[in-house]
Design a protein around this ligand. Structure first.
Ligand code: GDP
Ligand code: IMO
Ligand code: MG
Length: 427
């Protein structure tokens, strides 16, 4: 199959950017198809570090087409800033295409996101305040403004003025805050449109033609399965579908076009934002994982909550995505722990369960049941071949494979492109 889908199989930040960058070397087209600049994907090549929020993580290769497809919510200001930073780092950004159907994020979306978070008080979701939820709300409500429409000045003015009037009423009357000047937004966004129009097209045609020609296409997930609006830990989720089905709608391809569905999984678990997390560690071990793994958000710099690998959860995300393999990330962070734990069941009100509960209150009552494995002391960051990993590290991987019933096809032992062990070539 000429396509590989890269999916976050936990709560996001699994290391998708690193794997996309690695696999993009063999691909012709890279497609981001959901979410927006709430994502933060880190790529380290040699000693240079790049952070992608909206742009596909294949951008570092000059000869790849990088697509932002129809399912994305698009912040023009964020996009232009990201392009500018990359250009200043010497990256060629001319090979980017944006679908004319993407919904545009406006300042009122960001403001409502922040105001709504404040209003939730202790029920906060912990959003990135990038306006993602409010923009998707408009899309579903059918009042959103798409990028193609933003390029048509007359139509844009009519749609925008109507929207700003409505949003100002909400901001002023519900949140008791200050609304926006529609002329000002219009002028700013017309400037953005001038700068962005060169990238805008119907990207579904490019993806279709590439697949028809047998070219290799890489689909880049943002966020993670447990942040999916339907299948995640609702309401502590994002507003899109970071699951395999989401790629079909978000990029305009049929399910039979998805080949390898690779789940990106940390060797432990992290989460940013609020919501239940059964294997979360509130002790020194959790702090040590955070420090060793540098677990601070790429987008918001918030400290990530850390815990042991949750097999019950990944078995669930494997099922709802139809994963065909795993890339196990940040294995190096676990070097030096005497014992390493894997959660293989939950105890819930005295009963043992092996499925991931849909009900958050139930999930909140789940206590992890652990299997304990022996750790290893060796520094593994320079290891290039699977066979050279310490025996206990291989035993850990074997147990994960065995428990999930899925092959670990790649193992990541450091943040750099070069620190990747490939057990099975995907393209
Ligand atoms: P993404 O959102 O899924 O792309 O992941 P992030 O980039 O937000 O977070 C993953 C973090 O782990 C980044 O800082 C990466 O540079 C880093 N990283 C990725 N793979 C590895 C690895 O194998 N080992 C270590 N130590 N860091 C890694
Ligand atoms: P990447 O692609 C981790 C989380 C936020 C919050 C919830 C809703 O880097 O893995 P939103 O702003 O989307 O409405 O926030 O989702 N969240 C992420 N957590 N990684 C991400 O992206 C995330 N994108 C959103 O922290 O809990
Ligand atoms: Mg991230």
């Amino acid at each position: 199959m000429p396509s590989v889908v890269v999916i976050g199989a936990q709560w996001g930040d699994e290391g998708k950017g690193k794997i996309i960058d690695y696999l993009a070397g063999q691909a012709k087209v890279v497609v981001r198809s959901q979410g927006g600049n709430n994502a933060g994907h880190t790529v380290i090549v040699e000693d240079k570090k790049y952070a992608f929020h909206l742009l596909p993580s294949g951008v570092l290769y000059k000869d790849k087409v990088n697509i932002i497809s129809n399912g994305v919510v698009f912040d023009p200001e964020g996009f232009l800033k990201e392009i500018e930073i990359l250009q200043s780092q010497g990256v060629d950004t001319s090979n980017i295409k944006i679908d004319e159907r993407v919904h545009v994020i406006f300042p009122y979306h960001k403001k409502i996101d922040a105001l709504e978070e404040e209003a939730r008080g202790d029920q906060q979701i912990g959003t990135t305040k990038k306006g993602i939820g409010p923009c998707y709300m408009d899309k579903i409500e059918r009042s959103g403004i798409r990028l193609g429409e933003m390029l048509d000045k007359e139509l844009f003015k009519e749609r925008l003025f109507y929207q700003v009037d409505r949003k100002n009423k909400i901001i002023e009357k519900i949140y008791d805050s200050q609304g926006f000047d529609k002329e000002e937004i219009f002028n700013t966004y017309c400037d953005y449109a001038e700068k962005i129009k060169q990238y805008v097209t119907d990207t579904t045609v490019i993806v279709h033609e590439a697949l028809e020609a047998g070219d290799k296409v890489l689909f880049e997930g943002a966020q993670g399965t447990l942040l999916d609006i339907d299948l995640g830990t609702y309401p502590y989720v994002t507003s899109s579908h970071p699951t395999s089905g989401g790629f079909c709608v978000g990029a305009g391809v049929g399910p039979n076009r998805l080949g390898e569905i690779l789940g990106i999984v940390k060797a432990y678990t992290t989460r940013v934002g609020h919501g239940p997390f059964p294997t979360e560690l509130f002790n020194e071990t959790g702090d040590l994982i955070r420090e060793k793994g540098n677990e601070y958000g790429t987008t918001t710099r918030r400290p990530r909550r850390c815990g042991w690998f949750d097999g019950v959860m990944v078995k669930y995300t494997a099922r709802v995505n139809g994963l065909t393999g795993i890339s196990l990330m940040l294995l190096d962070v676990l070097s030096g722990f005497e014992k390493i734990k894997i959660c293989t069941g939950y105890e819930m009100d005295g009963k043992v369960i092996h499925h991931f509960p849909a009900n958050l209150k139930t999930l909140g009552r789940c206590k992890p049941i652990y299997e304990e494995l022996d750790g290893w002391d060796e520094d593994i960051t320079n290891i290039e071949r699977y066979e050279d990993l310490p025996l206990n590290a291989r035993k850990y991987i074997d147990r994960i494979e065995d428990y999930l019933g899925l092959p670990v096809k790649m193992v990541s032992v450091g943040p750099k492109r070069s620190q990747t062990i490939v057990r099975e070539t995907l393209f």
